[in-house]
Design a protein around this ligand. Structure first.
Ligand code: PSU
Ligand code: MN
Length: 306
């Protein structure tokens, strides 16, 4: 594993760092918008004084912090594979280039000592999971990693009530950022309640510190909805969702192909509207992740000198 100089310098100096995943770039967003988006996530953080650490495996090297050329390759090369946590070791051993999911990104970022990670939506329990057993490895990975993940919940292509139940079972703390409802990614409000509401980055950091005090090496999930006026039209959303699920079923898509298939279907069949919402959502999470990392670095510095 290799941590870029920018990231390791920032960590050593106690400056804020935010991890970013690369599956959203390689398999979650269409070319060429994916590269623009990946660059803009990094730029937003740098402009806020935060070091971005985009994670991927490049020619068998697990990298935390990519060069501009590596980021371009992940976005543009169609042979880049999707790597979850269980795929990291074979990808490294067999010198593969791949994009990391939330599970794999969280694992590598936590190993590097990064405490905050921003993404769009996390994986979760798929509809029909009672039969297919399809539950994202993101959930199990986050249950064992001390990292704060900022997302807009999980996409409605998933079974959101079941996803929240699994988060409860796995002891993953869920905080609503200025909301008491779980966000539905494209929609600001899934209608499902969350127990804990926080109002600020400082609140999130206080929860992280309390987890540390208890030696709980588990993720904190910050659920950050997009503003209601920017959400996808709910009628369009419901129609395309039904079609996407039927198409996946009919084509017999299984395993790690399911999520990319559903996301691509949504993008193709909402006339680009879902793509704009997707980028808006991820951008909001990057901004909030930057604020949390900044508050965390400030707290760590003050407790080091206290
Ligand atoms: N959800 C999104 N966009 C994404 C993903 C999920 O809204 O790009 C990606 C993330 O990288 C996540 C992965 O970790 O899909 C989950 O895949 P699976 O369901 O196969 O575990
Ligand atoms: Mn799956």
């Amino acid at each position: 594993m290799s941590i870029s100089a920018a990231v390791s310098d920032a960590l050593a100096a106690g400056r804020p760092v935010v991890a970013l995943e690369s599956t959203i770039v390689a398999h979650g967003l269409p070319r060429p918008r994916n590269l623009d988006a990946a660059r803009s996530f990094e730029r937003l953080l740098r402009d806020a004084g935060v070091t971005p650490a985009t994670v991927a495996v490049v020619d068998g090297v697990a990298r935390v912090g990519l060069t501009a050329a590596e980021l371009e390759r992940i976005a543009e090369d169609p042979s880049v594979v999707k790597l979850s946590a269980r795929d990291l070791a074979p990808a490294m051993a067999l010198r593969v280039t791949g994009a990391t999911t939330v599970a794999a990104t969280a694992l590598l970022a936590a190993r590097a000592g990064i405490r905050v990670f921003s993404t769009g939506g996390i994986g979760g329990v798929h509809r029909g999971a009672a039969r297919s057993f399809d539950e994202s490895a993101d959930l199990v990975a986050l249950a064992g990693l001390p990292i704060t993940v900022v997302s807009a919940g999980a996409k409605s292509v998933l079974d959101l009530p079941a996803t929240l139940e699994r988060l409860e079972t796995l002891n993953i703390t869920v905080l609503g950022y200025r909301t008491n409802r779980y966000p539905g990614f494209y929609l600001a409000d899934s209608g499902l309640p969350i127990d804990w509401r926080v109002e600020s980055a400082e609140d999130v950091v206080a929860v992280m510190a309390a987890q540390d005090a208890l030696a709980l090496h588990r993720a904190v999930l910050v659920a950050n909805p997009l503003p209601a006026e920017r959400q996808l039209d709910p009628r369009l959303h419901d129609r395309v969702l039904a079609e996407a699920l039927a198409a996946a079923d009919q084509r017999g898509v299984t395993g790690k192909g399911v999520t990319p298939f559903l996301l691509a279907y949504f993008q193709e069949h909402t006339g680009g509207a879902s793509l704009e919402v997707n980028i808006d959502v991820a951008t909001g999470n990057v901004v909030l992740g930057g604020q949390i990392a900044t508050a965390w670095a400030r707290r760590e510095r003050s407790s080091a000198t206290a």
